[in-house]
Ligand binder design. Structure first.
Ligand code: HEM
Length: 318
């Protein structure tokens, strides 16, 4: 099993010592600093950190945008159960004539975009969304092809799947907020797809929309989900995800491997390697010639894994 290596005695100074004296934070800091890391790292191993960076950037730019954005829209319909009404899907609606004027939401975006700083922050947030979706998928693919989803990292993978759902949730709810034609009709399509699910579809779509049609209530709901619900859940999930990574270490291979003495390593093969040649072995530490995510566990000693094993005990790292 992956274990933390012995924590070296660290002299505490400054804020570190000040905090440790009061809230005993030293052990937690030592724990997070001393986790197994691979000897040889591949650029793809950093995709999780890159995604984290974009998430933080999205949080900061999102907070700045929220100071100027107004989640308010007038729509051609509003819900009026007891007035003279039109019945759609069994629900009463009162058509409100002549109300399609530019909404506050749309206008507030125009205000944001009219200043240089505002347009910079909004563009960062807008493009950051696409970057985050692409990076999260790349990070997931790296985890898949590296075999990092296997024992003992199943929980890291599952928390990652939930994070993927959160990322897509951010993208979907954020898309409506500018309240322009594209946003309105794209969301209409998305919600209508949910509406087609048998039995639960229509009640679910009504909850998401805040009524039978996509209206100003939907905008309020999407804003609350985008700004409050999703960030809170995602923050917790990222904390769990990173804690698990910290406990188990990153699974990237560091040249674990070749056994000239015939000893067989128990490995978690990565998918391309397993498909190409299940008996393939790699030279210890050979740059570029190592399988991503190759991992060894069981009774194999650190010394038998790599000549550099005393630098960073590979056996401690799954
Ligand atoms: C907001 C989204 C996410 C963030 C911020 C994030 C962050 C991270 C970070 C910082 C690491 C540590 C090192 C590395 O880069 O591999 C990591 C590892 C990992 N992540 Fe994510 N992740 C996210 C989404 C996902 C998703 C969608 C999956 C898969 C469904 C996933 C699965 C994993 C796995 C299996 C590891 C362990 C990798 C290994 O040990 O080789 N993560 N993640």
């Amino acid at each position: 099993m992956a274990t933390h290596q012995a924590v070296p005695d660290r002299k505490r100074t400054g804020i570190d010592a000040w905090l440790d004296e009061r809230i005993h934070s030293g052990k937690a800091i030592d724990y997070s600093l001393n986790h197994p890391v691979p000897l040889h790292i591949h650029p793809l191993d950093y995709l999780g950190e890159t995604t984290l960076f974009i998430f933080i950037s999205q949080a900061v730019t999102g907070m700045m945008l929220a100071m100027f954005y107004h989640p308010v829209a007038q729509t051609p319909y509003h819900y009026c159960p007891d007035a003279a009404s039109t019945i759609i899907n069994g629900l009463h609606l009162c058509p409100k004539a002549q109300t399609v004027s530019p909404s506050e939401a749309w206008q507030s975006i125009q205000v944001i975009m009219s200043s240089t700083f505002g347009s910079l922050i909004r563009s960062m947030h807008f493009w950051g969304n696409y970057f985050m979706v692409v990076l999260v998928v790349m990070h997931m693919m790296r985890g898949f092809f590296a075999g990092a989803y296997k024992y003992p990292r199943e929980l890291t993978w599952l928390s990652g799947v939930a994070l993927l759902g959160m990322t897509l949730g951010f993208a979907f709810t954020g898309y409506l907020l500018p309240w322009d034609m594209k946003a309105y009709w794209a969301t209409q399509v998305g919600v209508n797809i949910a509406d087609t699910i048998p039995i639960v579809g229509t009640p679910l779509a009504n909850i998401v929309r805040g009524g039978p049609v996509l209206s100003g209530s939907t905008l309020g709901r999407f804003f609350a989900i985008h700004m409050l619900l999703l960030p809170a859940i995602t923050g917790g999930l990222i904390g769990l995800h990173l804690l698990l990574v910290n406990i188990q270490g990153v699974s990237a291979a560091d040249g674990l491997v070749v056994q000239s003495d015939g000893e067989t390593l128990q490995q978690i093969p990565n998918v391309p390697e397993a498909a190409a040649n299940s008996n393939q072995r790699f030279v210890p530490g050979a740059a570029g010639a190592r399988p991503l995510g190759n991992a060894s566990y069981g009774s194999t000693s650190a010394a038998s894994l790599s000549p550099d094993a005393d630098v960073n005990t590979s056996a401690d790292r799954l």
